[in-house]
Design a protein around this ligand. Sequence first.
Ligand SMILES: [Zn+2]
Length: 262
Amino acid sequence: MVYPLQHKPFWMTTDLKMLRYSAHLPLSGIGAAGQQHIRDAHVVLIGVGGLGCASAQYLVSSGIGKLTLCDFDTVAESNLSRQILYRTTDVGRVKVEAAIESLQALNPESELRSVTRRMRDVDMQALFPDCDLVIDASDNYGTRLAVNRNCLALKVPWVMASCIRMEGQIMFLRPDLPQQPCYRCAYGKAPDTLEDCPGAGIFAPVAGIAGASAAHFALAHLAGLQVPAGLHLFDASNWQWQSLRINKHPHCKDCGPGMGPG
Ligand SMILES: [Zn+2]
């Protein structure tokens, strides 16, 4: 039987090493070439909490080539409702160690690395040049601004994800392209600390939605798809999504004249 090219079964169009990812192969704009880009890519994930667990799970199940997990925290019982890589028996363990064990069982083809200290500028400057994309899933504004600064300096694309209560925010930032807004352009002056999940509350699936959305942005970009610009907000209490256009601020402290790539 002769199949039109786009209707060939996956096993006729690619090698058996792609079998695990065969559901990606018929997708427009991905195919075997896009999947290979995912397999060749290195992502740095900062924060392996509720957001990071969901992101890491989809990155690894989708065949990311290399993933570096960065977190200095240990697993607490109160994490288990939303930090889905951890089991009851992991309470007290270093998060990245428990996460890597879980992720390696999910897909042994991904190379997993760990950084078990709070990420400082020097750590980012050492790690980011070797990666294709950064996901910031941390819970503090200082780390996020440091990611912004270092991704600007090194021109590394990154995904910002955050969540609180019933709300989530996702933004894809492109310091590797000229005249793009940075994180500080979008947020301007903000408090030094973000509200924390235990204090303000977080509905467990909302962390999963935001984390999976960050993985979607990362994988789509790595596969060669267009990722929508702007800041994307969702409010799960009434199930509304909103996308805001963000303009580059002419006097931004981080990417203004003489600071960023321009
Ligand atoms: Zn800026």
